[in-house]
Design a protein around this ligand. Structure first.
Ligand SMILES: NC(=O)C1=CN([C@@H]2O[C@H](COP(=O)(O)OP(=O)(O)OC[C@H]3O[C@@H](n4cnc5c(N)ncnc54)[C@H](OP(=O)(O)O)[C@@H]3O)[C@@H](O)[C@H]2O)C=CC1
Ligand SMILES: CC(=O)N[C@@H](CCC(=O)OP(=O)(O)O)C(=O)O
Length: 347
């Protein structure tokens, strides 16, 4: 083992985002995977659960309790919300940086969390130190953080679609509608009635209408950019595909607007952001599948005087695992694109 490499633990490696983290980190030049955990599969070789790793990552899964005993630089928590918070509380003084993929530390306070997640928060001090891990907006703060709250998948696509306009303070109050669609892996590895093949195959359905927990995450971040609270209408849908998110955002803006001006605003905002690709045609989820890109296409509709922004990401990557690796790169002062330059898989 190269002692100069970062030693990482992936907690929750039996799940979808945990295995995608392993796939990215196994070929990251500055990382050694020291430990991977699962409570349901302790002792099994990782490649038994995820055969794509056969002969490349066969180490056994261990219980998360074992993380206490190893010296690691970074801990990735790929756990459900409500579970991560206890591990963060346990390991906050361990001397490792923590990147939490769950929603446990993304919001502004215990009160807001409990209202939107409908469960008690047991480590509210974490809200004081956590940094929202969206590198396009907070790279400096992420660089100084010990605890990063990796954004949700829908919020990543939604916030990046509207951030340039919010940052200028030109969004008309109460005008924003975000209509988003996700592939099934967004729901995690355990099947349930909603994600059962028979219920999703050749079907397409909205859920979480007027109350999905990502609404407040989007509102807090976009409101923060504008410097005043904002309301958005957010509706998620389940697509019968395995991965990918397409968000279509609509907004009214203050003052004069046209396509040229809109395109310029987006180019200026994202000019030094290597993983946001401004497109000149509507992006599809296959254009970003398997990659860390967020493809964004802003359109001015002269007829309705509305901005329409399409944005596409891979929910497991830019929406979760590759975003977490991007955050790790920033936290350890590595070039931000290290290990993240995979081109999309298509078809
Ligand atoms: N899937 C996605 O597209 C995205 C997911 N996220 C978030 O990332 C996190 C992980 O998501 P995902 O990988 O999809 O989830 P999965 O359901 O696929 O995996 C969750 C993992 O958590 C482990 N786990 C569950 N309960 C416990 C527990 N009490 N103690 C220890 N480990 C536990 C499971 O391990 P085992 O059962 O083996 O013990 C499993 O490995 C979630 O918070 C999710 O909301 C964020 C953005 C996008
Ligand atoms: C398709 C699907 O079910 N998606 C999940 C969101 C996945 C995600 O990003 O969730 P967290 O905010 O919990 O991390 C959902 O709507 O609950």
């Amino acid at each position: 083992m190269n002692p100069e490499k970062l030693k990482v633990a992936i907690v929750g490696a039996s799940g979808f985002t945990g295995s995608e983290l392993a796939r990215l980190l196994i070929s990251h030049p500055e990382v050694t995977i020291s430990m991977i955990t699962s409570e349901s599969h302790v002792g099994k070789p990782f490649s038994d659960l995820h055969p794509q790793f056969y002969s490349r990552l066969d180490i056994p899964l261990e219980s998360a309790d074992q993380v206490e005993k190893v010296d690691v630089d970074v801990i990735f928590l790929a756990l459900p919300h409500g579970v991560s918070m206890d591990f963060v509380a346990r390991w906050k003084d361990k001397g490792a940086k923590i990147i939490d993929l769950s929603g446990d530390f993304r919001l502004s306070s215990k009160e807001v969390y409990e209202e939107w997640y409908g469960k008690k928060h047991t480590y509210p001090d974490g809200f004081k130190t956590s940094v929202y891990g969206l590198p396009e907006l907070f790279s400096k703060q992420i660089g100084d953080a010990d605890l990063v709250a990796n954004p949700g998948c829908y919020p990543t696509a939604s916030i990046l679609s509207l951030a340039p306009l919010y940052a200028l303070g030109i969004i008309e109050a109460d005008s924003v509608v975000i209509d988003a669609k996700s592939g099934l892996t967004g729901a995690g590895i355990k099947a349930n009635a909603t994600t059962h093949f028979s219920n999703v195959n050749e079907n397409f359905k909205a859920y979480g209408i007027a109350g999905h927990r990502h609404t407040i995450e989007i509102e807090e971040q976009l409101g923060g950019l504008a410097g005043s609270a904002t309301t958005v209408q957010f509706t998620p849908h389940l697509l019968p595909v395995d991965r990918g998110i397409l968000a279509t955002s609509y907004a009214k803006v203050k003052g004069e607007m046209n396509q040229e001006k809109l395109t310029k605003i987006y180019h200026e905002f994202y000019q030094d952001k290597p993983f946001v690709r401004l497109r000149n045609q509507a992006p599809g989820i296959k254009d970003v599948r398997g990659s860390h890109f967020c493809d964004v296409f802003p359109v001015w509709d002269t007829r309705t005087s509305r901005v329409i922004v399409l944005s596409a990401i891979d929910n497991l990557l830019k929406g979760a695992a590759s975003q977490a690796v991007h955050n790790m790169n920033l936290m350890f002062d590595l070039p931000e694109d290290t290990g993240l330059n995979q081109l999309p898989l298509k078809p």
